[in-house]
Ligand binder design. Sequence first.
Ligand SMILES: [Zn+2]
Ligand SMILES: [Zn+2]
Length: 104
Amino acid sequence: MPKHTKVVKEDFVCANCGNKVKGNGRTNHCPSCLWSMHKDDEVPGDRASMCQGMMKPIGVWVEHGEITRIEHECVRCHLKRFAPVLPEDDREMLIKISVADIRK
Ligand SMILES: [Zn+2]
Ligand SMILES: [Zn+2]
């Protein structure tokens, strides 16, 4: 069986803010509070992780003056990972995270 990334369009309720998120196949975080969930291990979308911890947005990645990625840290296992910013993500929340990011 060839292994390929399956695009799963799944709706989910954000465990942090209760927002009902419409999945579009790329959604792995809540567009309003930007929290994510530790579901994937190696490949985004593999849903292989047993952790299921909440992933807190702890920082952002800025390229050419644009916020392009969100850095998440799992509150349970402390895994850190970047997720691409999506067009529907809350800009104000992104800026808040970037201001709170003390490593700059
Ligand atoms: Zn949320
Ligand atoms: Zn985890």
